[in-house]
Write a protein of this length. Structure first.
Length: 562
């Protein structure tokens, strides 16, 4: 490709309205263009990179038996009503067409692929199966940000697998996990990408995310030192580090603190460490039962963990009226003392082993201080881990302090089990003639998100550094000479390289200075730079983008070596 004919040009300045590294570099280098927040055009260079990433993914999906299809992005409302997600999916784009019929722009495709499979799966002989697609997805994100990492329209590879039982699903799930690891290594981010345990939502208890460690990532993961064991923050088991307490038990009493609810403000008012405050929150589960959860004041309650230990499928905050009726106080003053017996209380292990701590007094504007287990509160049969992990926490089994790392989620795998099969009556007949629901799995990768992530972790102060197998071109041939004879030699080099099947971007522009051409080459980030100038005396100055050293090579020897 002649750079003089390239549809796009590099920009001299970074986009002022972009904070993320991937968006700033990709826009400036001419890979993408921002239409509006969360929506980008892939320009010729960017589309070449995206297609190469997709091809790496495609090859690995084919290896595990995936068959490629392409499903509509426009989906009928009725399918989303069948799964209960028409109003339950927070970021769903809803449209109304002619005649008043309503549609969704697909953020995911379970509501399409499951009824599709029901047309072809009838017997155990039809299983297992796996289909996948590359499709644009749409999510009405309240705040689209971070360039290609969080958009309202984005590219997604989603594979769906169908199985006779959970055992077969487990086998395929592990096979897909191995394929994902291969993909990350082939894309050059394998040594920075970890399989992270995460919540499974309504599908199953656990799922897995693939997180690429990145200084400017938008996610946070907790990793055991010297280990590949990594957890998403929402699920990380943790133990609070102990803090020093050297004092005798004091007399329990209630303190008037009108309007003081915030933990830091409360600790300052009571003149106690924030670790001695206690946060008590009342929840209601799907059975309309009220449960109370208590954690140390400097922590937040982890609803995923609380659902797990309480055996609840769903939790929501108890209403103000319910809190008032059960505690006799307004919101913010609930405590774990003297609650009605029908309320089951779950106490986090962070509130144990404390002396003279504070709890809500179950009286509006009052806080009880100098509370002690065994004297003022019965010691519970069991303390739980129901807190959201934070920096400084310890792994409960090993006692090791977590490494807290910023990261970017580049993929995920879920066991959907029979959630969607039940909704659409996707059943099969087993060997004994019994009708059973099909077990399903879902496996996603965002190619655009991967592209943005690679830029986030592979760049320097000059520009992008692309891995060789997904770069838009392998070689960037640059002519710095104005001499017609030298230019003719470079033209011949370009023709020979392309004729022998090599991908070359040829900077044949005559309006740019040598300095501008070299600066653009670093910004664009093609793996190998081939420079010809009056000083090279018929040779090529070869430099790898990720190296500082250059070398002069004979063109014929160079051609034969590659």
């Amino acid at each position: 490709m002649r750079q003089s004919k390239l549809f796009t040009k590099t920009r001299k300045q970074f986009a002022k309205d972009e904070a993320s590294i991937n968006a700033r570099l990709l826009i400036r280098a001419g890979y993408i263009d921002k239409l509006m927040a969360g929506a980008y055009t892939y320009l010729p260079l960017g589309l070449r990179v995206l297609r190469k990433i997709e091809q790496v993914i495609r090859q690995n999906m084919n290896k595990i038996g995936g068959q490629e299809i392409f499903m509509p992005a426009l989906q009928p409302k009725e399918n989303w009503q069948a799964t209960g997600r028409w109003r339950g999916f927070d970021v769903l784009f809803r449209l109304k067409g002619n005649g008043g019929r309503e549609y969704a722009l697909g953020p995911t495709h379970e509501e399409v692929v499951t009824p599709l499979a029901s047309q072809f799966v009838f017997s155990y002989k039809d299983l297992p199966q796996a289909v996948y697609q590359f499709q644009d997805k749409f999510r009405d994100e309240p705040r689209a940000k971070s360039g290609l990492l969080r958009g309202r329209e984005f590219r997604m590879k989603d594979l769906y697998s169908f199985h006779t039982d959970e055992k077969d699903l487990d086998v395929y799930y592990n096979k897909a996990a191995k394929a994902y690891e291969d993909i990350w290594h082939q894309l050059g981010i394998g040594n920075k990408t970890f399989k992270t345990l995460a919540a499974g939502g309504t599908f199953s208890k656990y799922s897995h995310e693939y997180q690429t460690i990145c200084q400017h990532g938008e996610d946070v993961v907790f990793q055991l030192p010297n280990s590949f064991q990594t957890y998403n923050r929402e699920i990380a088991p943790c133990r609070a580090p102990k803090f020093e307490q050297n004092e005798e038990e004091k007399e329990k009493k209630d303190i008037l603190g009108k309007g003081i609810i915030g933990v830091k403000e409360l600790a300052e008012f009571l003149n106690i460490p924030v670790e001695k405050t206690t946060k008590t929150i009342l929840f209601q589960n799907e059975k309309k039962q009220i449960i109370a959860a208590a954690v140390r004041g400097d922590y937040d309650i982890n609803e995923f963990k609380l659902r797990d230990v309480s055996g609840s499928e769903q939790l929501e905050l108890a209403s103000e009226e319910a809190v008032r009726q059960l505690t006799g106080a307004e919101l913010g003053y609930a405590g774990i003392i003297d609650l009605p017996k029908q309320i089951q209380i779950f106490m986090d292990d962070s509130i144990a082993d404390r002396v003279n701590f504070e709890i809500g007094a179950n009286r509006t504007n009052y806080h009880t201080i100098n509370v002690n287990f065994g004297r003022d509160l019965p010691l519970p049969e069991k303390f739980y881990d129901i807190k959201l992990a934070k920096p400084g926490d310890l792994h409960p089994d090993s006692g090791q302090k977590y490494k807290v790392l910023k990261s970017i989620e580049v993929g995920n795998i879920f066991k959907l089990k029979t959630k969607y099969s039940d909704a659409f009556s996707l059943n099969y007949q087993d060997k004994d003639g019994k009708i059973k629901p099909v077990q399903m799995g879902c496996y996603g990768i965002g190619p655009g998100r991967v592209m943005g992530s690679i830029v986030e972790v592979s760049h320097d102060d000059k520009g992008i550094i692309w891995p060789e197998n997904i770069a838009p071109y392998k070689y960037h041939l640059i002519n710095l000479s104005k001499d017609d004879k030298v230019t003719a030699q470079v033209e011949n080099m370009y023709k020979q390289l392309t004729k022998t099947g090599h991908e070359v971007l040829y900077d044949d522009r005559d309006s740019q200075s040598p300095g501008e051409k070299l600066k653009d080459a670093d910004l664009i980030g093609i793996p190998y730079r081939l420079v010809v100038s009056d000083k090279t005396s018929g040779q090529i100055e070869l430099k790898a983008r990720n190296k500082t050293k250059t070398e002069l090579v004979n063109f014929k020897k160079f051609i034969s070596s590659i």
